[in-house]
Design a protein around this ligand. Structure first.
Ligand code: DGP
Length: 112
């Protein structure tokens, strides 16, 4: 999708601090970190949210790339949270599927 913010990051039209990349997926630091480690994982192909995902591989690849990034950044042993905000009530502000990898501090529950 031409004007989508994360599509533009995927095409390298907007700079981002990339931490991992494959042909089809990208992981980059969130511009507004909510934890000492806050990375976003996206498919490069546009899909608006988890609600629009039809291929289970897409959700699986996003989740497993988040786990791989957690290991590569050295936060897997202490633990982390992976979140996909979905839709308005889910708190999603960017309509391109993304998983938040949050780590580096103890997370609270319920998340609010
Ligand atoms: P959500 O609210 O779940 O849709 O999360 C969107 C996240 O995207 C939010 O944590 C801030 C982040 N974000 C927004 N604009 C940019 C940007 O231009 N660059 C980067 N790296 N992150 C962004």
């Amino acid at each position: 999708m031409t004007d989508c913010l994360f599509c533009r990051i995927a095409r390298k039209e907007i700079p981002a601090r990339i931490v991992a990349e494959t042909d089809e997926y990208l992981a980059f630091h969130d511009v507004s970190p909510q934890a000492p480690t806050h990375v976003l994982v996206i498919p490069k192909a546009h899909v608006a949210s988890l609600d629009g995902v039809t291929d289970p591989l897409v959700a699986g690849r996003v989740a497993l790339l988040a786990a791989e990034v957690a290991r590569s950044l050295g936060v897997a042993a202490s633990g982390y949270r992976v979140v996909m905000n979905t839709g308005a009530d889910g708190g999603q502000s960017v309509p391109h599927l993304h998983a938040h990898l949050l780590a580096g501090r103890a997370m609270q529950w319920p998340p609010g």
